[in-house]
Design a protein around this ligand. Sequence first.
Ligand code: UN1
Length: 517
Amino acid sequence: MQTIEKIDMSAVLNELGLKEVNFGSSSGRDSFGNTSENLIASYSPVDGALIGKVSTTTKEEYEKIMSLAADAYKTWRKMPAPKRGEIVRQYGEALRKHKDALGRLVSYEMGKSLQEGWGEVQEMIDICDFAVGLSRQLYGLSMHSERPDHRMYEQWHPLGVVGIISAFNFPVAVWSWNSALAWVCGDVCIWKGSEKAPLCAVACQNILQEVLEANDLPEGISCIVTGDYKVGEWMTNDTRIPLISATGSTRMGRIVGQAVAGRFGRSLLELGGNNAIIVTPNADMKVMLTAAVFGAVGTAGQRCTTTRRLIVQHGIYDKVKELLTNAYGQLRIGNPLDTNNHVGPLIDKLAVDQYLHAISEAKKAGGRELVAGGVLSGTGYDSGCYVKPCIIEVDAQYDIVKHETFAPILYLMKYNELDEAIEMQNDVPQGLSSAIMTDSLREAEQFLSCAGSDCGIANVNIGTSGAEIGGAFGGEKETGGGRESGSDSWKFYMRRQTNTINYGTKVPLAQGIKFDL
Ligand code: UN1
């Protein structure tokens, strides 16, 4: 049994400019003389303590924010992209300075291990670096015109105001993937963070605000809005927002996607995953074990990339079971700010209920608990959100196995032939991440071929989570089809324009059409 001493976060909160009551409307400051009485209280799942409160955005404030954003866009889009990149570079520098404090806040407000909290801030820094380089690229193609004395090319222009809706599990990094790219592309952003981690959003805004002020730039370049789904609805229905980038559940994404499509807006959706690792007899068992366990229990199973299913070849099934059981026996669950612990709490009691429900459904269907789950109680676990990572042996066809439960539950299942394993891996509604553990080139390439994994991410000898920012991130089917972060994801944040220029004295028509006056 662990005892969690009283956690003193005052130095962290001070450094990040957080107060007892924070005005989340725009700059994290009370620039509207905001006296909103609707406050969102943020309680830590670590020890149940109240960290602070954030005001919710009223409709009137939302309108003010939209006009700030529209004004700022006029300045920002005219600034050369490499100059915008310079602002993002400075933001990355500010994040480096505050990495420790912001990582600690992420860990305390959301519950992920401190290592992962720091990792999240590192992801922000990495995407800033990526965006700085990108600010000197944003390439368009040029084509050869079929007409004489004509030049044809395409160029990319900013979209305008980008709406970002992010989830509690990556309260700072996923916003940065979007905002850092959007900014260098010339867009301005409005960010609705999660109500479950509102202080993380205010902290990011405070850090950014200093950079904007130092460069004499308007705060409308990036604003935050705070509140429940209603604030999200204002954004999704707002024709002044040409792109909504939303991360969260498939249920939320379905609503957002339909609303935005209904007004011919663009949406970038990064929704649920149900990620599997296939373990073949040619797997390096040490590699498999670390990758699978981190994949399953990292962030207490609350990543969209969490490993939820392990599909193991029958000949090595018992061996894998034994290795996993031993490894799970060594997991330390407790205060995530203590770097000796591997697993922190779930975000809230609702998440705990969903965890218990999934275990009971799996057992009802015939699943056997290999490593038993349960809620931890006693001193140090007072918040009621700490649960034991568990492993359940199941049949791939159970309903609950097809469902994403945001908790550390790993479903274990057996296969005979690789074809069958790939089929099992693909036979879920979601399509985010996947992996195979094998040293066989043939097996690896079969898994990566067009007849292999149907996911947006397919790895070999790496777990399903922990993607680097340089690759495009996102998935197929109910994961929503969007791609954020690296590669050419920036194209989502811009509009393409094709330009044809006639520098001759005649007007020849394409397709050889004759039209003489
Ligand atoms: C998410 O869970 O929404 O690949 C994002 C990963 C992280 C991002 C996860 N880089 O696990």
